[in-house]
Design a protein around this ligand. Structure first.
Ligand SMILES: [Mg+2]
Length: 325
């Protein structure tokens, strides 16, 4: 069976759930018509996932649909935004009814739980690739930005680091909890909202802590010291590491620093606000850990508890290489 583009969109994209009253016109016209609330700024981001590059070809369709949206909502979270609307552009090698249904099920599972409406879509034929554009809003002037940190600010991360990287490393040997972290990352939307007016800067961790913290530091030409023993590791991570044999020690050090796909938020806040940060996170499920401090001297210095400088073997994923070394 094959369906044309409009058939696919009608069949899989249009539905009545997650109706928002700020959608004046959704799918079905030449473009969506959306109402941004007064006193707010529009926050827009987009991300493409390519099969074999951003997810293993064996990934379940529901997980691909979920993650394509999750990585975008993670960017909105890192801006402190409330997500509202999303568009979806799909390039498919062919039309497969079962694949599409499962993909959209994963996509809508997350969209519904975050009250996000799908307001536009496009499909075309080619190697599997998914592009999502997400839009949200934030009270004017309150967005979290990559710039704004100052020397002496504390550096924090939400949740735990390295789980997704370990799931990728272990592949079929990864347990369900690690696999869940890789396939169904939870965008830290509550944390992002709670950090408005409190964080001095923020970024989500998509390419690894060192890479993404590096972007944050570049914004103000600053540096940081990170205590690698403080990096939050999950119980599932610690358990799996114990079984990793000879590589255990280097994996336990490297993955939380350098592996991507965690979709936690790395943020900074004034040292004087440490109690406020902890109080803010007390009611949130994801938790937050202080991992270091912002310094004037550029670069990231990784320290271990015995104060011996630790040189990471790799510094995160960069799609086009790093011309600055
Ligand atoms: Mg990001």
């Amino acid at each position: 069976m094959s369906l044309d583009e409009f058939g696919i969109i009608r069949r899989h994209f249009v539905r009545n759930a997650a109706v928002r009253d700020d959608v004046v016109a959704g799918i079905g016209d030449d473009a969506a018509l959306l109402r941004v609330p007064a006193g707010h700024e529009l926050v827009v981001c987009t991300d493409t996932l390519v099969a074999g590059r951003h997810f293993p070809a064996t990934t379940a369709p529901a997980a691909i649909g979920y993650k394509a949206l999750a990585v975008n909502l993670s960017d909105l979270a890192a801006m402190g935004a409330d997500p509202a609307w999303v568009t979806l552009a799909l390039t498919l090698p062919g039309y497969d009814e079962a694949w599409m249904s499962e993909f959209m099920q994963g996509f809508f599972r997350l969209a519904d739980s975050c009250n996000v409406a799908l307001v536009g879509g496009d499909t075309t034929r080619g190697p599997l690739s998914i592009t999502v554009q997400a839009q949200g809003f934030v009270p004017s002037g309150q967005a979290l930005m990559r710039h704004g940190a100052q020397p002496g600010d504390h550096v924090y991360v939400t949740g735990t680091l390295g789980d997704a990287g370990l799931a990728l490393y272990l592949a079929e040997q990864a347990d369900a909890e690690l696999r869940q972290r890789l396939d169904y990352p939870e965008p830290r939307l509550q944390a992002g909202r709670a950090l408005r007016g409190l964080a001095s800067s923020a970024i989500d961790i998509s390419d690894g802590l060192l890479a993404d913290l590096g972007h944050l530091l570049e914004a103000d030409r600053l540096g940081a010291s990170i205590e690698t023993d403080l990096l939050p590791r999950s119980a599932a991570f610690e358990n799996a590491i114990r079984q990793a044999g000879a590589d255990a020690e280097s994996l336990a050090q490297e993955l939380p620093l350098s592996a991507g796909d965690d979709y936690e938020i790395c943020f900074t806040a004034r040292a004087a606000d440490e109690a406020a940060v902890m109080a803010t996170f007390a009611p949130l499920d994801c938790g937050c850990t202080r991992i270091g401090v912002i310094e004037q001297q550029p670069g990231i210095r990784c320290l271990r508890a015995n104060a011996i400088a630790y040189l990471p073997a790799f510094t995160g994923y960069n799609h086009f290489g790093d011309p600055d070394g």
